[in-house]
Design a protein around this ligand. Structure first.
Ligand code: ZN
Length: 255
């Protein structure tokens, strides 16, 4: 018998049911990564997915929509090409591009052919110490790395109803500590093995030449926000060449 009075007490709290672990908070990230120094700077930091796993059945096409004053356009011909030929692609959307193209972003979120991924909030290279690329200033601390990832993470979650699985920083540059933070926040940092359009600067013939050499396992990067560039005319011919060789496009794998 319990002594009088104990019977009225509420039962001991049960352990909560198993749930996916919550992403670390900004404070968690700031504390965990304070004082960590990065050695690597570039587009192939340790931990970044630059190729598909060895058993990949095809080539992954990734398309960046960078946003910003000269980057808020839409290459509708590129989207039409993919839709007409039923070609899957991972679309890396930046917050600024989403803000400028809200109706289209919502439409893309509802298309099974496309997976929406995170291309950052302000399109900053991802650095714990302020390193930049192409004259674009990078983030300066683990806290800023968190903000660059998670502000856009919230936008994408609103659009699709779930968190994105992949992250590529603006300019694709990052250090290895930032790559670790991306993974700690539940995302896979994605690079590329074939630079398909040179940041939307290549003429069509160069786009064709670069993408035509893709083999199963390659990750191709192009841009979907420069409709007057060589990306889509070059891609049309490259995709035909890949098809003739029996090469397929496949989505980025979730592991
Ligand atoms: Zn970009």
């Amino acid at each position: 018998m319990l002594p009088a009075g104990h019977a009225a007490q509420p039962p001991a709290a049960q352990p909560p049911a198993a749930q996916p672990p919550a992403a670390p908070t900004r404070n968690d990230i700031t504390k965990t990564y304070a004082g960590r120094t990065a050695k690597y700077w570039g587009v192939e930091a340790p931990g970044v997915l630059t190729r598909l796993p060895a058993a990949a059945a095809g080539v992954a096409l990734t398309i960046d929509f960078c946003g910003g004053p000269s980057g808020n356009s839409v290459d509708l011909a590129l989207l039409t090409l993919l839709r007409q030929q039923h070609l899957p692609a991972t679309l890396f959307l930046n917050s600024r591009w989403i803000a400028a193209n809200q109706a289209l972003a919502k439409e893309l979120a509802g298309e099974p052919l496309f997976e929406l991924a995170n291309h950052g909030t302000s399109h900053a290279p991802l650095s714990v110490s302020g390193k930049g690329a192409y004259g674009i200033a990078g983030t300066k601390s683990p806290g800023e790395v968190f903000d660059e990832i998670m502000t856009n993470d919230a936008r994408l979650s609103e659009l699709t109803g779930q968190r994105a699985g992949f992250f590529r920083p603006g300019t694709a540059h990052l250090d290895e500590v930032s790559a670790e933070i991306v993974r700690a926040l539940g995302l896979v940092p994605v690079g590329f093995s074939i630079n398909g359009d040179g940041g939307a600067t290549f003429p069509a013939a160069t786009v064709t030449q670069e993408i035509s050499r893709a083999r199963a396992g390659d990750i191709v990067i192009v841009h979907g926000n420069h409709p007057s560039g060589g990306t889509t005319p070059g891609l049309v011919r490259a995709l035909a060449a890949l098809r003739d060789r029996g090469e397929k496009l496949v989505p980025l794998p979730h592991t």
